[in-house]
Design a binder for this molecule. Structure first.
Ligand code: NAP
Length: 478
């Protein structure tokens, strides 16, 4: 790394990332919009602060840095990134690099990359996963940009990234928006996995009357098996926690309204735009939206009063259902990545993506090594659920998912993500579906035509194919 390095945006993620960079021995220029936060950051960094130089503006930071400069932005996604770029531009020289490490919309990243490259500058969009803890001690890093730009910055990102069996979880995913897109889909899968876990928790809590600590212990047990993952691990910790103020289980003092910042929604929107349906992810995004309508749900409970019935489900069935749901969530995420890669010409290496997610990020799980192996092996139609290892997993776990969804539905317990996952698996295990009727309907009202199964002839019409033009020409035509 020959460039001088800067980081702008000392919020939760920026501070943690800056400390991580300093700790790995790099000198770092730091700045923040609210400049008064800079000196306390440098001071709080302790001995690491000796390698940090604080600045009260982007202009001052750029002026103090020798070209070629590499400036990491860790600010709110959206207009804040454009504002920072605008402020930096007059102070940069050709060959300097701006690296957006926030959760940007990949369309913005593509736009910014094109605009800055036209001015002789380099722009990289880099997804950073793992929350504050990851940023501080080793995140998963998904970069987008030119290979030569990545080669330049890789020593820094590989040094600060999480490692899995000695390999850094930092890689160039592809050009322009590829890194931010992979990060977006990562977050989409995260939404789905969290929702699936919450639904299973709900069945155990409301359908079987188990106490949070008991459910936490069960998740702790599952974390030793095929479900081993960061999210299952922290579920065990959250459910086991006690509120110091009341002595109640901590979950019982938490308002049941989930926040969201947009990446889950973007995954769903992009999936649809790419002709895909990330139904388990969509269910999770939708469930967070519904959760926000707390008052409506409370009134709904009075008016609709659905009776919740106790559930007779074994722990093994619930574990199997969660595994099947998780596999489908990953499969839908990887299918979106494949579709985007084809559309934008990114050449994404799906095996490499899953390897990058094996440590440091929120969706790290025992499945990811197997997913990487699956992408390097036989995989009919590039569909993860059809790769031999995952097909075997699903053959074993789908009966549990089916029984859990059926019991939940009959018992009045909402399981939107589990049921979406089941519908996906059932659809992709049915060679002949029901779209023959839809094609017939489309031809009936819109003369869209259909393909005949017997002859393969295209643009065929049903016997109803008498057009309005025909009817005008011959009013007796039927
Ligand atoms: P944060 O703690 O709220 O910090 C936001 C930072 O952005 C602050 O430094 C803030 O400066 C700066 N900022 C906001 N608006 C600005 C503007 N118009 N111009 C210049 N600077 C502006 O947020 P965060 O959690 O660190 O998130 C930063 C980025 O990382 C976001 O894109 C987020 O989506 C992404 N991310 C977050 C997580 C996470 O777990 N938190 C994980 C991965 C990625 P002031 O101090 O002046 O307000």
């Amino acid at each position: 790394m020959t460039a001088s390095l800067g980081l702008y945006g000392l919020g939760v993620m920026g501070s943690a990332l800056a400390l991580n960079i300093l700790e790995k021995g790099f000198a770092l220029h730091v700045g923040n919009r609210t400049a008064s936060k800079v000196p306390p950051f440098v001071q709080a960094a302790g001995p690491l602060g000796a390698r940090a130089t604080g600045h009260d503006s982007l202009a001052a930071m750029a002026a103090a840095m020798a070209p070629p400069r590499a400036i990491i932005l860790m600010v709110d996604a959206g207009p804040a990134v454009d504002t920072a770029i605008e402020a930096l531009l007059p102070h940069l020289s050709p060959g300097d690099t701006i690296v957006d490490c926030g959760n940007a919309d990949f369309h913005d990243t593509r736009r910014r990359a094109a605009a800055l490259e036209a001015q002789g500058l380099i722009f990289m969009g880099v997804g950073v996963s793992g929350g504050e803890e990851g940023a501080r001690h080793g995140p998963a890093i998904m970069a987008g940009g030119r290979p030569e730009s990545w080669a330049h910055l890789a020593p820094v990102f590989e040094a600060i990234a999480a490692t899995y069996e000695g390999q850094p979880c930092a890689a160039l995913m592809g050009p322009d928006g590829a890194g931010h897109f992979v990060k977006t889909v990562h977050n989409g899968i995260e939404y789905a996995d969290m929702q699936l876990i919450a639904e299973v928790y709900g069945l155990l809590r409301h359908g079987q009357g188990k106490a949070p600590a008991e459910i936490g212990a069960l998740f702790g047990q599952w974390d030793q098996g095929r479900l081993k993952s960061y999210l299952v691990e922290i579920t065990a910790a959250v459910l086991s926690a006690v509120d110091p103020a009341t002595g109640l289980p901590l979950v019982d003092v938490i308002l049941d309204q989930a926040g969201q910042k947009g990446t889950g929604r973007w995954t769903v929107v992009e999936a649809l735009a790419l002709g895909q349906s990330a139904s388990a992810i969509e269910a999770a995004v939708g469930a967070r939206g519904w959760s926000a309508e707390k008052a409506t749900r409370e009134v709904g409970e009075q008016i609709l009063g659905t009776e919740r019935k106790p559930l007779e489900l074994s722990e093994t069935e619930l574990e199997g259902a969660l595994l099947a749901g998780r596999i489908v969530a990953y499969a839908q995420g990887f299918r979106i990545l494949q579709a985007a890669s084809e559309t934008y010409g990114w050449g994404l290496d799906q095996a490499r993506v899953s390897e990058t997610w094996r440590a440091g990020c929120i969706i790290r799980s025992a499945l990811l090594g197997d997913i990487a192996a699956a992408f390097r092996g036989e995989m009919p139609h590039g569909q993860l659920i059809l790769a031999p290892a995952f097909a075997a997993d699903l053959r074993a776990s789908l009966p549990s998912l089916r029984r859990v969804v059926a019991a939940a539905v009959l018992g009045g317990h909402p399981v939107p993500a589990l049921s979406a996952a089941l519908a996906f698996a059932d659809t992709f295990s049915q060679g002949r579906g029901t779209t023959d009727l839809i094609q017939g309907q489309r031809d009936y009202f819109g003369r869209h035509g259909f393909v005949r199964l017997d002859t393969g002839a295209v643009h065929q019409h049903g016997p109803w194919a008498v057009t309005i033009v025909d009817k005008v020409a011959d009013p007796k035509a039927q």
